[in-house]
Design a protein around this ligand. Sequence first.
Ligand code: SF4
Ligand code: SF4
Length: 122
Amino acid sequence: MDNDFPYRYKIEVDKATRAKEPKQTAVIDQTGCTGCEACIAFCPVDCIEIVPGPEHPDFMKLVEVDLARCIGCQLCARYCPWETIDMWPYEEGLEMAPRLTIRSLVYDYDPEQMHESAESRS
Ligand code: SF4
Ligand code: SF4
């Protein structure tokens, strides 16, 4: 992982690391994610992970990008049928990620910086 990467992994990731920091990164706005998993099939580096849904773990799953492995190829953003993946300049994307994330299994985000979850709104 890059030395100045701001987030710690919550999980063990046994996948290849990228060669260099990308110019941009994909960030999923989980409020619009249906869990259709279409993006996963297009990701050339297998860095999109499935996250159990916030209300029922087996229903309405979400996905999130492993930001430390995304190479910024844009394929997921191009093919998401719900247009809920945006490409961000790398540093900006790292900053935006917790705000667009309802639930993360990959990173130890500060809950106060995370998007207010559907559970806490109800
Ligand atoms: S393609 Fe879009 S809606 Fe489907 S799982 Fe990926 S981010 Fe979510
Ligand atoms: S931009 Fe490319 S590498 Fe990054 S998550 Fe999307 S498909 Fe994967």
